[in-house]
Design a protein around this ligand. Structure first.
Ligand code: PLP
Length: 362
């Protein structure tokens, strides 16, 4: 992977960062625990006068959460991170940091919960949202309005694994003074680092690959710059309080230590499975950016270090045929969500409900 010169030159010590990426910890000394313990106290003793960075109350800040935020910021090469109790809480904080009357542009294929948040939930708060095919950047130029403040990208997208050229989208956003946010949940930082490609913010559902064991819910926002727009997100994190518990942060950090190994394994398995599916007589189409047949393959090669563990495919037949396939395995559980160590699959339309453009046989 990483066919372009700059990709080769980029130093990516993910294994080390996943374990030692907590840059805020003091120099270790003899007797220190190698694994930082959980700090469940919600309150911390206060000095007579307020001090910079002082710990007072866990909704504001907690040592386990700070450690998680520091490691995630290192993995995404950002200056700062805010951890949340779910991916949707992270996305909500990002849009709440906008103002009433602001306009956001979202891609036509993206996680259906994000689409609902932008187009329905936030509508009464005055957020204006429009939908564009981001795999055709020229469409984005036309969609930008005088009140456009943010462009949201998901690549590879959920569920059709469309690839968006992050560099090109970022150039357009820069020209118009618009913030670019990338939902990096599907690739994880081990396969794609959007801040290196020009994005301003990265959003994660850490419930997926980062948690990695189908037993944790979480979210995060990583910012290229800790000043400016991110300060509003930090403020919302602390004041609205959708924060992860110390135990969840501790477990998330334990998961992250194996993230690079897990992702490389997912990458290897997914390419084998997608090649197998491509040849299968009951499969009419496979969507996987690692396949040469994928329309976004060439762009993916220039911005991804690996193609990820998610594959979509159309089975020959109709909605019922796809449902039968997904119910037909003892080993592969039919579930929504992704990113655990076990193989899972989903008849996607069942989760998305009415109004979705997702094919019934996906
Ligand atoms: N973004 C993507 C790409 C997702 O797939 C999901 C969940 O499936 C989310 C965001 C939402 O994350 P959470 O379920 O942690 O709130």
């Amino acid at each position: 992977m990483g066919t372009e010169a700059h990709m080769k030159n980029q130093k990516r010590f993910f294994e080390t960062l996943a374990i030692h990426g907590d840059t805020d910890r003091p120099e270790p000394s003899a007797g220190d625990p190698v694994v930082y313990p959980q700090v469940h106290s919600t309150v911390f003793r206060m000095a007579a006068e307020a001090e910079d960075g002082e710990l007072i109350y866990t909704r504001h800040e907690n040592p386990n959460r700070s450690q998680l935020e520091s490691v995630l910021a290192s993995l995404e090469a950002g200056e700062a991170c805010a951890a949340f109790s779910s991916g949707m809480a992270a996305s909500t904080a990002i849009v709440q940091a906008l103002k009433s009357g602001d306009h956001i542009i979202i891609p036509d294929d993206l996680y259906h919960g994000t689409r609902k948040l932008m187009t329905e939930t936030m509508e009464p708060w005055g957020l204006e949202a429009s939908v564009t095919d981001m795999s055709r950047p020229e469409h984005l130029e036309q969609a930008i309005q005088s009140n456009t403040k943010m462009v949201w990208v998901e690549t590879p997208s959920n569920p059709l694994l469309q690839i968006v050229d992050i560099r090109r989208i970022s150039n357009i956003c820069n020209q118009h003074g618009v913030l670019l946010v990338v939902d990096n949940t599907w690739p994880s930082p081990v396969n794609q680092q959007p801040l290196h490609l020009g994005a301003d913010l990265v959003m994660h559902s850490t419930s997926k690959y980062i948690g990695g064991h189908s037993d944790l819910l979480g979210g995060a926002v990583v910012a290229k710059r800790k000043e400016g727009f991110f300060e509003r997100i930090r403020d919302l994190q602390r004041s609205s309080g959708a924060v992860p518990s110390p135990a969840d942060c501790w477990l998330m950090l334990r998961s992250i230590r194996t993230l690079p190994c897990r992702i490389r394994s997912h990458n290897q398995h997914a390419i084998s499975i997608s090649l197998f599916l491509e040849e299968h007589h009951s499969v009419s189409r496979v969507y996987y950016p690692g396949l040469k047949s994928h329309p976004g393959h060439e762009i993916a090669k220039t911005q991804m270090y690996g193609f990820g563990g998610m594959i979509s495919f159309l089975v020959e037949g109709d909605r019922e045929s796809a449902s039968r396939v997904v119910q037909g395995s003892r080993l592969i559980a039919p579930v929504t969500s992704l990113g655990g160590v076990e193989s899972t699959w989903e008849h996607r339309i069942r989760s998305e409900g009415p109004g979705t453009g997702t094919p019934g046989n996906l």
